[in-house]
Ligand binder design. Structure first.
Ligand code: G6P
Ligand code: MG
Length: 214
């Protein structure tokens, strides 16, 4: 029996990948690295620190910067990203999300956010979704990011449910791997060819077949 659904945020509840990409592109350009949308694909679901390393590796300059310098670059990226999402409102919520949350609430199924983003609480607030959410995982409280299962396991623990009683919803390959590693049922949102490891894939939240949840 399903007792909780744990949602990723970026690319599942709302579209932020464009803003993450714009912010990274600016920082990368500043240090002489150009990134395109294929690099952006590999950043989805990946922590800020890991994302910077992927970009540096892409530019062939991994190892050029000290930990301190890398922290400053990540900080700048986040400041720019926060500016880009500062205009988010309930209008940014993907179609079908509020309806799905209301359906889950009515069924007594708990809802958690399992995102690698430290900006998740601010976005949930800006999009007026707080009333539906039972728990938001703080990524700094888990040892390993996605594809490790930690974020999803932390949500299950906080909601006091077993992983086998949870569904995870993700748009990134790393996220689907994390859900499966946690021993949960994985719903992929996006391209079935890309999200091969998911148990089932839908094009969008609005298309989820509710009979698989209940
Ligand atoms: C999500 C996004 C990633 C982002 C990560 C950390 O997983 O898909 O692109 O790097 O969160 O987000 P943050 O807002 O903390 O930099
Ligand atoms: Mg995502």
């Amino acid at each position: 029996m399903i007792k909780a659904v744990i949602f990723d945020l970026d690319g599942v509840i709302t579209e932020t990948s464009h803003q993450h990409f714009e912010a990274w592109k600016a920082i990368a350009h500043m240090i002489g690295v150009e990134i395109d949308s294929s690099v952006n694909e590999s950043l989805k679901g990946v922590s800020r620190e890991e994302s910077l390393k992927i970009i540096l590796a892409h530019g062939g300059i991994l190892g050029k910067y000290t930990e301190d310098e890398m922290e400053k670059l990540s900080f700048c990226k986040n400041e720019y990203y926060k500016q880009l999402i500062s205009q988010f409102t309930p209008e940014n919520v993907f179609e079908g999300v509020v309806e799905l949350f209301a359906f889950l609430r009515a069924k007594g199924i708990k809802i958690a956010i399992g995102s690698a983003s430290h900006n998740a609480p601010a976005l949930i607030k800006a999009m007026a979704l707080e009333e539906y959410i039972d728990y938001i995982v703080d990524p700094s409280e888990v040892k390993k990011g996605k594809p490790a299962p930690d974020i999803f396991l932390k949500a299950a623990e906080a909601l006091e449910v077993e992983p086998s009683e949870c569904i995870g919803v993700e748009d990134a390959i790393a996220g689907i791997k994390a859900i499966k590693a946690a021993g949960m049922y994985a719903i992929g949102i996006g391209d079935a060819e890309v999200l091969k490891e998911a148990d089932i894939v839908f094009n969008s939240i609005a298309e989820i077949d509710l009979s698989i949840i209940t």
